[in-house]
Design a protein around this ligand. Structure first.
Ligand code: KIV
Ligand code: ZN
Length: 507
């Protein structure tokens, strides 16, 4: 019998720090879908956003707080009353609301960014936590850039915020500078030097600038941290955050080394959650990404294949099914009925209304006519595309024709409709997609800079769906568009139109 099982709290910040990744801008419906998937995955806390940063962020946090019941819903705030007020009014509807207050404590941040001395920082930190505690019971405090903060000062700040009522103290390696031995010993030293440390949970939040975010987090756990902040697929500012799937599987697979520690994550849900986040953010997962990459469980070398056939554990330390990994689950074909379709969507974690199911089912039938086999990933693309319906389609594609070849200048003829009114034009370009985009620009009489364009095959085979993700520059704001089709030119046009509809909606 195991008596001393201690829980590692999994605090997911995909929707806050993850969403800060350049190019990852999610709409409210997408954020809610991710939050519901995280709830199902079993995370303990969801950092849903930074409400003061924009009205959209505020609304998304509030929406999530109202609908996601089991985990704590957390909102980020600087150590100032108006941030804290905004954070609280956004998380108030939650069953377990939390406010996360942060203030930088390293010399470099205090001197150059905040232009404040130690004494003032100490006072502001404690004051902000006290202020937040007046409205919300569950307060987390982060001394930003903690790993580069002078130790004695860090101890004083931590002691002061705990005395002011912080229940969790999060130690961020904000710039991903620490290395595992050092970071582990920082956590240990905090536990040994802060007199009231036992009154709070010590959390860690590691960035991946040197590729050490997961290693640093696990070193911290070994030294007494009991909350880990992480994101699905490791997305986040710059090189990202510690990846949730790697932390959780690290603790599980190496339970010999992390004995007596467990998380509440249902690991079989990892793969679908990872795919959902990838699709919604438009960030592809590298094939060699640990745990969720498409090659993570593939054995190429003959010796390895032979070994695995003889005994799986010769080369596999994780069972693919433990993380819900599927090579390409064949799901449905053109004869599949609505009931099977609905059940499959449910299994993939989607909660759709009957009317929404009808819409996606129609698209599925069209796709199944073009494609022999429809896989889970195809279905996820369809659902996401339909979910974009939360942005009203003022622009729609009616028809297009492209001419391309190695001896002719590619050209495109496109007909779009704007609120039912048709516009048709032709243009030529460097390639068929460029020609289409030039034709669209003629119609809308505006040129948006294309910041990024990528195309990938959703599954394998000649009839696979091609998924296009792009980002347009709208006066400094990045607007993303995504679409999929068995025709990559059509997917490219529709992705552009989706971005245009988002722009129209914003305007
Ligand atoms: O990286 C960081 O320091 C942060 C804080 C707000 C916790 O994201
Ligand atoms: Zn961060």
């Amino acid at each position: 019998m195991q008596n001393n099982v201690e829980k590692i709290i999994i605090f997911d910040t995909t929707l806050r720090d993850g969403e800060q990744a350049p190019g990852a801008s999610l709409n409210q419906k997408e954020k809610l879908d991710i939050a519901l998937a995280l709830e199902k995955l079993g995370v303990d806390a969801i950092e849903a956003g930074f409400p003061i940063s924009s009205p959209g962020d505020f609304a998304a946090v509030k929406l999530i707080a109202g609908q996601v019941k089991r985990p704590a819903i957390c909102a980020l705030a600087r150590a100032i009353p108006r941030d804290i007020d905004a954070a609280f009014s956004a998380v108030k509807p939650a069953k377990h609301p939390r406010i996360h207050v942060f203030l930088a404590t390293s010399k470099i941040h205090m001197r150059y960014k905040l232009k404040k001395a130690e004494g003032e920082i100490l006072r502001l930190a404690a004051k902000a936590v006290k202020y937040a505690r007046n409205v919300c019971d569950d307060i987390e405090f982060s001394p930003e850039d903690a790993s580069r903060t002078e130790r004695q000062f860090l101890y004083r700040v931590i002691e002061a915020v705990i005395a002011a009522g912080a229940k969790t103290v999060n130690i961020p390696d904000t710039v991903g500078y620490a290395e595992p031995y050092e970071f582990g010993s920082l956590i240990r030293s905090i536990r040994e030097n802060v007199p009231n440390v036992h009154k709070a949970v010590i959390s860690v939040h590691c960035h991946n600038d040197l590729g050490l975010a997961v290693a640093n987090s696990l070193a911290a756990v070994k030294n007494g941290a009991r909350q880990v902040e992480c994101t699905i697929n490791g997305i986040g500012e710059r090189a990202g955050n510690a990846s949730l799937e790697e932390i959780v599987m690290g603790l599980k697979v190496r339970r010999d080394s992390f004995s007596g520690l467990k998380t509440s994550v249902r690991t079989e849900g990892i793969y679908n959650t990872s795919r959902l986040v990838s699709k919604l953010t438009g960030f592809a997962i590298a094939p060699n990404k640990a745990i969720v990459g498409s090659n993570a469980f593939r054995h190429e070398a003959g010796i390895h294949q032979d070994g695995v056939l003889k005994k799986r554990s010769t080369y596999e330390i994780i069972l693919p099914e433990d993380v819900g990994f599927k090579v390409e689950g064949l799901v449905l074909g053109k004869h599949s009925g609505r009931h099977a379709f609905k059940e499959r969507l449910k299994k993939l974690g989607y909660k759709l209304k009957e009317k929404e199911i009808d819409g996606v089912f129609k698209e599925f039938k069209l796709l199944a006519d073009k494609k022999k086999e429809v896989f889970d990933d195809d279905l996820m693309s369809l659902v996401q595309e339909k979910a974009e319906g939360s942005v009203p389609s003022v622009w729609r594609l009616d028809t297009f024709t492209v001419t391309s070849g190695n001896r002719i200048k590619p050209s495109a003829k496109i007909k779009l409709t704007l609120k039912g009114k048709a516009f048709e034009t032709e243009a030529s370009g460097d390639g068929p997609v460029d020609a289409c985009y030039k034709a669209i620009e003629k119609i809308i009489r505006h040129t948006y800079r294309l910041l990024d364009y990528s195309i990938r095959s959703v599954t394998r085979g000649e009839d696979a769906l091609g998924e296009v993700n792009l980002r347009l520059d709208m006066g400094g704001k990045e607007i993303s568009g995504r679409s999929s089709s068995t025709d990559i030119v059509e997917a490219s046009i529709k992705a552009y139109i989706q971005a245009l509809n988002k722009i129209a909606h914003l305007k």
